[in-house]
Design a protein around this ligand. Structure first.
Ligand SMILES: Cc1cc2nc3c(=O)[nH]c(=O)nc-3n(C[C@H](O)[C@H](O)[C@H](O)COP(=O)(O)O)c2cc1C
Length: 361
């Protein structure tokens, strides 16, 4: 059985030193202009020091009009390049590979931050419908951002096709009501995410690792997602040269909603070529839960909230023995406990949004 501490080689030539990644997490710590702050670097570096050997940045906007939150890391201008370079260099010196998660908020972009009306697949109360020009531009902007991540010395990029942002809004059978070649049938709804994947590949070449994060079924803000459509989309993305598919499951212990006898990891693994790696995330707290996902066929497990509370989760899991097993700390945690774990006050307070995570001392 594959161990959590075995290296993972991507077909691009990238080798990640273990099977444990820090999932992309919005942390509100960047400067207002999207440049990297010391706070953001410190929180990620503490996870590299703790043994997470692949670090995904937070969702980072590829265009100003795609920004979802204040304090979000930007990837849309060369002004971001020095910070991205510092991040990649620093995390490498601390033993880890880094990938930028590239995204556009679409209807969920914040007009107050971007100064422009949001746009998405189909007109809503707050957003206008995308024009051909918007789509041509955003495809190019994803490519530009990936080129920047590569120039910064990052090890790859993850295209954020999950959680109901622009790429999911186009994939969605309910949110995308377009009548043109960007809506309707699945091939049309998948056209934007596939075009972005192909553009990014054309711009960064075959030796740079590029993957896509997907929400295989409805959960939270990801709406109109069907398991079989998501499997087909993942297959197409693999044809379009994605090096990995990252399943965001939220509760990875559960079977699929559509077919309760099947687990998403098993079905995506069976659907994808063997050299396309499968990453999975969702409420992984214990080493046993992480190993169970590898056993199902995942290549790498990404941790979110457990990595916030346990910055050195991988190191402690590796050092554990049957006499002294690793018992990860669980929420609720106090603001002071979070700041002691390398979160700034801003990020720690933001964690109140996550139900049951923060307690008052
Ligand atoms: C504070 C916070 C911020 C998040 N931001 C992002 C994000 O920027 N991009 C993304 O794809 N997922 C984001 N997620 C989802 C996580 O990557 C992860 O998939 C999810 O939290 C489930 O894993 P967990 O149960 O280990 O936390 C965020 C989660 C948390 C808790």
């Amino acid at each position: 059985m594959t161990s959590l501490f075995e290296p993972l080689a991507f077909r691009t030539g990238l080798t990640v030193k273990s099977r444990l990644a820090l999932a992309a997490m919005t942390n509100k710590q960047s400067h207002e202009d999207g440049t990297l702050s010391d706070d953001e670097l410190r929180w990620l570096r503490m996870r590299a020091d703790g043994g997470f050997r692949l670090i995904f940045t937070c969702a980072s906007h590829v265009a100003k009009d795609g920004q979802g939150w204040s304090g979000e890391l930007g990837c849309f201008s060369d002004a971001h390049l020095p910070g991205l370079t510092r991040l990649a260099t620093d995390l490498r010196e601390h033993g880890s590979s880094t990938m930028a998660q590239l995204f556009h908020g679409g209807v969920r972009a914040d007009a107050a931050l971007s100064g422009t009306k949001p746009w998405t697949a189909t007109e809503t109360e707050t957003a206008r419908a995308a024009t051909e020009e918007d789509l041509t531009r955003v495809i190019r902007e994803f490519g530009d951002a990936a080129v920047r991540a590569k120039a910064a010395g990052m090890d790859g990029v993850e295209l954020h096709g999950a959680h109901g942002y622009l790429l999911t809004q186009f994939l969605s059978a309910t949110e995308n009501q377009r009548q043109d070649s960007w809506g309707g049938s699945l091939p049309n709804r998948a056209r934007l995410i596939r075009s972005v994947m192909r553009e990014v590949r054309a711009r960064v070449g075959a030796s740079f690792t590029v993957g896509v994060r997907l929400s295989p079924e409805d959960f939270g803000n990801a709406k109109g997602m069907d398991l079989d459509e998501s499997i087909q989309t993942a297959r197409w993305l693999a044809e379009d040269s994605a090096d990995f598919i990252h399943l965001s499951l939220w509760r990875s212990e559960l079977m699929t909603k559509k077919r309760p006898e099947e687990h998403a990891v098993n079905v995506f693994r069976a659907a994808l070529p063997a050299d396309v790696k499968l990453i999975v995330a969702g409420a992984v707290w214990t080493p046993g839960e992480a190993s169970a996902l590898l056993e199902r066929g995942a290549d790498l497990v990404a941790l979110g909230r457990s990595a916030i509370v346990n910055p050195d989760w991988p190191r402690r899991a590796e050092e554990a023995t049957s006499a002294a097993p690793f018992e990860p700390k669980r929420p609720p945690v106090t603001i002071e406990e979070l700041t002691a774990r390398g979160l700034s006050k801003t990020f720690a307070e933001y964690m109140r949004v996550w139900k049951g995570f923060v307690k008052d001392a």
